[in-house]
Ligand binder design. Sequence first.
Ligand SMILES: N[C@@H](CCC(=O)N[C@@H](CS)C(=O)NCC(=O)O)C(=O)O
Length: 216
Amino acid sequence: MATVTVYGPPISTAVSRVLTCLLEKDVPFQLAAVDMAKGQHRSPDFLKLQPFGKVPAFKDENTSLFESRAICRYICDKYADQGYKGLYGRGLLDRARIDQWLEAESQNFEPPSLVLVFQLAFAPRMGVKQDSKVIEVNERKLAKVLDVYEQRLGESRFLAGDEFTLADLSHLPNGHHLANRENLIKSRKNVGRWWEEISSRPSWKKVVEMQSAPVS
Ligand SMILES: N[C@@H](CCC(=O)N[C@@H](CS)C(=O)NCC(=O)O)C(=O)O
């Protein structure tokens, strides 16, 4: 099997979404470094792969793709018969439910959580001052989203049903930086139980390890 290539650092939330999916599907991959500090993601060569100048970009044989969730869907379909087979559902209705919760993740969970990830995790590392008002407003927005999740996860073990799927996986990159924040994940009984289970997947643990490995 040809090795696929993921362009971008594992510390990027969108890159880590794709890496987790590849690990769940047992797809061998190589990482191509993109030096974002040097603006390599805006270089003409990189823009041929990702025209918006963001990571990840992805190559498989003659195909190149961008947008982490679209890449994950492609990986699940192309490598349907290997690795964890339930990741993108086992039938039409499963798939519709997974897509529904993937959309909920990108449209409802991602906007406030991404602001918080920047403020809480990346701003301090970059020497950028945190803005407590922005944090407060976005925690309030995210809390409302998580109230909906709390109800859903009181009815089913995972977001799309009884099995772990791409819909759950897609929450790992941002959730990781917010898990210990009071009043968000762990303070909600069902969301907390769900978070413990999804963040214990060996695929995600491996990605967290990759994030802390020194950049070569
Ligand atoms: N929706 C895109 C988001 C990609 C994205 O925003 N990537 C960030 C890193 S997590 C990035 O490249 N930021 C650099 C920039 O915007 O200049 C995806 O899921 O692939």
